[in-house]
Write a protein that binds this ligand. Sequence first.
Ligand code: URP
Ligand code: ZN
Ligand code: ZN
Ligand code: ZN
Length: 471
Amino acid sequence: MRKIIKNGTIVTAADIYNADILIENGVISQIGQHLSTDGSELIDAEGHYVFPGGVDPHTHLEMPFGGTVTKDDFETGTIAAAFGGTTSIIDFCLTNKGEPLKDAIDTWHAKAKGKAVIDYGFHLMIGEVNDTVLSELPSVIEEEGISSFKVFMAYKNVLQADDETLFQTLVAAKELGALVMVHAENGDVIDYLVKKALKEGNIDPIFHAFTRPAEIEGEATGRAATFTGLSNSQIYIVHVTCEEAVRQIAEARNNGVDIWGETCPQYLVLDQTYLERENFEGAKYVWSPPLREKRHQDVLWNALKTGQLHTIGSDQCSFDFNGQKDLGKDDFSKIPNGGPHIEDRLSILFSEGVTKGRLSLNQFVDITSTRAAKLFGLYPQKGTIAVGVDADIVIFDPNSERIISAESHQMAVDYSAYEGMKVTGEPVSVLSRGEFVVRDKKFVGKLGSGQYLKRAKYNISNESEDKTYTI
Ligand code: URP
Ligand code: ZN
Ligand code: ZN
Ligand code: ZN
């Protein structure tokens, strides 16, 4: 069935204009003025923005972590994503040392199959580099369509890789055409600080923040940037939280290093004091890197505005407060790290960013959708509104107001990190490849309708903008 969207204001990363959109066979087939509605289902977008579907490059659905498994899986997680205006996610596929990469990828496919209601791809974690891993990587890219590798510089004795592994991954990625992603915190220093805090009897959630200072996020970011320059490779720093890290990224970019930075909604609107909440409530806000002092928020907003940071990932990694977070009741280091953010990513960025004048509408689309699609080999199939691309579309009401609450959210997790926060602007209807997933704020999608996204290799020529920025 053909669909036609009329009367809306189309916003892409580059343009804002009024036009009709014709959708046929899941693809945008025409954009123009006064398109004929004959034989088409009419969707009236009067008074609404028409955005390309959000691309969330950072999720952890049904992921084993911290002695438990994240609460939201590919069913509840992708439904929540769709309600929030996201139509593609890229989830992190964890690997185990000594086991074939293919096995890990198969495990992740099994998690998503029959559940996902929007399209999804995978990043692949690299925990070790040896001849076996190196021999597998070409097929990971060519056959599986996974063109991004994730290296953890933290979580000692669990996920952490050493510097040699990071460097070798960068070298291999350059050769193969992949983008390396890093969790940049110095895991060795954290390990020492955590042990010391616990020895001194400091067991409360706030010590999660005190034992992971901003300086060591900056240090790890700088180290990763140095390795990237040295190997002439390419890197994407996930979940940047602080001025120290932003400075390292900006400086490296000025020196010509191919480095990109992501932040997350939580770091833009919440601060370290949340970890001090009474009755163990601080545990709800334990994720890594930790929330920072409030002054860092302005630095992050400014970095998004001026192009030192480029994307917003949700870092969706949800654990129930009751039954999961309380694993760390007597020891903050045992609180599973992560929070629920997939549903609120666009709303928070629009409300706090666009309506408060910190970002333009085009920047909003670039940061929530287009840029991630370009960096991760999905553009232009995803990340824009143009003739010939997937009809992944968000019809967004810029004026609606709502209060975020666990009572009304779609995620399976038992709390909201943004409980009581008022946001302006929300998705009303969301289409994935031309089919409604959310219609008039109701779920109308089909479990398993989401398709696996094989992604193209990393290619800097996807990016037309200049690479020089100042801080
Ligand atoms: O605390 C977090 N962010 N948990 C998810 C894993 C990661 O570090 O991204
Ligand atoms: Zn991380
Ligand atoms: Zn993460
Ligand atoms: Zn409306």
